[in-house]
Design a protein around this ligand. Structure first.
Ligand code: HEM
Length: 428
């Protein structure tokens, strides 16, 4: 299929993890880059992937127009490996709409109450597993924000079990498992979708019966369905909520987990944050996210385009997937492999530390038109949780080494092994 690209680029003798079981897909792509340089193709079962790693190539990747090479189509092609097609049909709310006129005060209230519930569940002392803890908390914060009454409902546990079963991120966290999903025709996913719809449907009834005037994210979703027939309205609201929530599950809880891992293993950072250095907490959130990024960034080519990589301009036809892979650029130098929150000046990387002329090569939340719309929300959640945990507890890591799961390609890393953290409530 390389005839879709001219001149013909180097073709790597490598596979992709959706087509063939692979223990270390990122290692395989790194090896292909060592052999072929910064631009090469890997043939996928459905399309050739044109990987771009040079500074100009990655700039071209981020600059391409959505109508020419689409992130939306690429995401859908990825997620449909795990999610039944009906979930994508007739959506009326997208994260962009929810976060467009963002109101930090509104969701910080939800975050604070989610943290209070999480701490009540922990009790005074014990040992938590970092990523289990942040996953549950991420569900509570997310559902409290865009599923209103669900965040506190008695069915909370049943709902998060269903959402964990549906989890679209499995398409890139556990790519080898997608063949079984296809073979079952989404049987487990469809059952989980029905459960989640039923529970969120009841939350719609609760909101309908509530005389207060709400303005939260859930209400914004409810309002977009005001003209629909009752059954379609309930289903539509539930599916909008589910798709937004699944989007949040891709990265937020795992980035929060790495933040807790990175700061609790560096007592000097924990002490400064406990002393009230809020800006440092946010720099740590950005740095932990940058280092833990495993994202494969994709754009599905829809129109013939020219892609300049600095050495060569490639003519690329529809059917090709443009790609770049954050762990290979974010961690390219010795300096970039080091954890250093001081490389960040507010939310930008300093020149000479991964910023500057080649800034597109390093990122936590993306570049250009598709930069994460939920970055302010995510950073607020991450810093609020970190500060609350450090304020309330003495925290002692019980793991020697926390490393990313090798089979994953995409999103923020999941941990290869459990990361137990001992906690003991500090006296007031
Ligand atoms: C720490 C948490 C998060 C990280 C590290 C993160 C990272 C990213 C990155 C790198 C991109 C750009 C991808 C690309 O250019 O191909 C992106 C886009 C996006 N993110 Fe996030 N994200 C996070 C949280 C969230 C949350 C909580 C939501 C939703 C509730 C969300 C929804 C989206 C959406 C919808 C886009 C696509 C925007 C577009 O196509 O224009 N993200 N995110």
């Amino acid at each position: 299929m390389t005839e879709l690209i001219s001149p013909t680029p180097p073709v790597a003798d490598a596979r992709l993890p959706w087509d063939e079981a692979m223990a270390d897909p990122i290692g395989a792509i790194a090896a292909a880059r060592t052999q072929h340089g910064d631009t090469f193709v890997i043939e996928g079962a459905r399309s050739p992937f044109l990987f771009l790693f040079s500074a100009v190539g990655v700039q071209s990747f981020y600059a391409v127009a959505e109508s020419d090479a689409s992130k939306g189509v690429a995401d859908w092609q990825m997620l449909r490996r795990k999610l039944p097609p009906e979930l994508f049909r007739d959506r009326r709310t997208f994260p962009h709409d929810l976060f467009a006129r963002d109101d930090v005060v509104q969701y910080l209230d939800v975050v604070r109450s989610a943290i209070t519930i999480a701490c009540d569940e922990l009790g005074d002392s014990g040992t938590l597993e970092v990523f289990d803890f942040t996953r549950r908390l991420g569900h509570r914060v997310g559902l409290g924000t865009w599923a209103g009454p669900c965040g506190t409902s008695t069915e909370f546990n049943e709902l998060i079990d269903a959402l964990d079963e549906l989890d679209g991120a499995a398409a890139f966290v556990d790519p080898g498992a997608m063949a079984a999903v296809a073979a079952s025709d989404y049987a487990a996913e469809r059952a989980a979708l029905a459960t989640a719809e039923e529970i969120i449907g009841r939350a719609v009834d609760v909101r309908d019966a509530d005389a207060h005037e709400h303005t939260d994210h859930f209400q914004r979703i409810v309002n977009t369905w005001s003209d629909a027939e009752p059954d379609a309205r309930r289903e539509g609201i539930a599916r909008d909520v589910i798709l937004v929530h699944l989007g949040s599950m891709s990265n937020l809880f795992s980035a929060l987990g790495w933040l807790l891992v990175d700061v609790t293993t560096r007592p000097e950072l924990a002490a400064a944050i406990r002393g009230g250095d809020h800006a440092l907490a946010e720099r740590c959130a950005l740095e932990s996210t940058r280092i833990a990024q495993r994202s494969i960034m994709l754009r599905a080519v829809l129109q013939p385009i020219e892609v300049d990589d600095g050495t060569q301009t490639w003519t690329v036809e529809p059917g090709v997937m443009l790609a770049t892979l954050l762990p290979l650029t974010n961690l390219a130098t010795e300096d970039l492999r080091a954890y250093d929150p001081e490389r960040w000046n507010r939310r930008r990387i300093r020149d000479g530390r991964g910023g500057g002329d080649e800034r597109e090569l390093v990122t936590a939340f993306g570049h250009g038109a598709h930069t994460c719309p939920a970055q302010p929300f995510s950073l607020s959640v991450m810093t609020a949780v970190l500060e609350a945990m450090i304020d309330r507890y003495d925290l002692e890591p019980q793991f020697a080494d926390a490393s990313p799961r090798a089979a994953q390609i995409g999103g923020v890393a999941r941990a290869a092994a459990p990361c137990p953290l001992m906690y003991a409530r500090r006296s007031a």
